[in-house]
Design a protein around this ligand. Structure first.
Ligand code: DP6
Length: 342
């Protein structure tokens, strides 16, 4: 027989950014991070994992095209083999090979954290296939983390922290933890402004490695800035305090990009349009006399704007007015099922 399971997993957008690896082998971070899991959106990976003793080798297809290197790829192996070890009935899978097919439903090459959804979906699909049993809460996220760091946070809905860990020799304490579930703050919205669909020129993995090696600001951020911000933003999210949540989110995005500038040679992810978005959001909040929108940028020029239900039309109209040329502003809501079994 061929056994199969299909799941979809969403992406997530960090409010406190992961930037810097403490251990490259285990893919663990130099600081804690926290993100909002998006869902009901197009930003998902849909993955089918199949197992059979009739298959002759492990194989992976991405959007229908085979990735020949995958079976020996360290990230792929960590996820697949890691989940197999947690199978409820390990005997059943002995002698089986694994086929994985993954599609992402992202707007064409928007460059928006597709690896987060991809590796989360891989781990979730494998887990559904073999009925994986976690030995401790968050264990599956330690596997997704070895695929791509940010992927560990996509295994949960709502507001999710990645605790950096490091007390344990094998880094099994570097895992995702749900701070608030996806029903906690239904008024929260994320709008995505696709500024450019060009592929980013410095990968996160390469960029953060150079930052760790050269940026003194990054060390200051790790020691002095992130610990307080984590406490502040978890409190703000829990109290649904958009003013505090938005302010910390914007400041952390700005510091992340300042670290990129402080990296030698410097890395530029934001472009002129990204910087205009920043100015307009601040002008809009100043006009409103309160924070109604908060921007954040990852390793690319596209803006994610957090706002509340009551301002979503206003913020969307504002962006369309100033940036008629940019890609669709879409509304992604974060109160649905986060991992969907298809
Ligand atoms: C700027 O998770 O893509 O989006 O672990 O090397 O695969 P790897 O990096 P990745 O880095 C994401 C960086 C970020 C911030 C974040 O999502 O926290």
């Amino acid at each position: 027989p061929i056994y199969m399971a299909t799941v979809s997993a969403p992406t997530n957008i960090a409010c406190i950014k992961y930037w810097g690896k403490a251990d490259k082998h285990w893919n663990t971070p130099t600081n804690d991070s926290v993100s909002v899991t998006l869902d009901q959106s197009d930003l998902r990976a849909v993955t089918t994992a199949a197992a059979s003793s009739k298959f002759t080798q492990d194989r992976l297809w991405l959007n229908g095209i085979e990735d020949e290197g995958a079976p020996t790829n360290k990230r792929f192996r960590a996820c697949v083999d890691g989940v197999l070890k947690l199978a409820k009935n390990p005997q059943k899978w002995k002698g089986c090979k694994i086929h994985v097919s993954s599609y992402n439903t992202f707007p064409t090459a928007a460059g928006l954290a597709s690896s987060a959804a991809g590796y989360a979906a891989l781990v979730a699909a494998m887990s559904a296939l073999v009925d994986a049993q976690e030995e401790f809460p968050g264990q599956l996220s330690t596997l997704a983390r070895q695929g791509s760091g940010s992927a560990c946070r996509s295994l949960y809905g709502g507001f999710v922290a990645w605790r950096k860990g490091g007390e344990k020799e094998d880094w099994s304490d570097s895992l995702a933890q749900q701070v608030q579930d996806e029903h906690h703050w239904p008024e929260l919205r994320a709008l995505i402004l696709v500024v450019s669909d060009a592929k980013k020129d410095t990968s996160s993995t390469a960029g953060m490695s150079t930052s760790v090696a050269t940026s003194t600001l990054l060390q200051h951020r790790i020691d002095k800035v992130v610990p307080d911000r984590m406490i502040e933003i978890e409190k703000a999210f829990s109290e649904k305090d958009f003013e505090a949540f938005g302010k910390v989110t914007m400041r952390d995005s700005n510091q992340f990009h300042a670290v990129c500038m402080d990296t030698y040679p410097p890395i530029f992810y934001m472009n002129d349009i990204s910087r205009m978005v920043v100015r307009i959001v601040h002008a809009y909040n100043a006009w409103a006399g309160e924070i109604r929108a908060a921007y954040t940028f990852d390793a690319g020029p596209n803006a994610v704007l957090y706002t509340l239900d009551q301002y979503v039309v206003e913020v969307g109209a504002l962006m369309k007015h100033y940036f008629p040329e940019t890609g669709a502003v879409s509304d992604y809501i974060n109160n649905a099922e986060y991992i969907e079994q298809v």
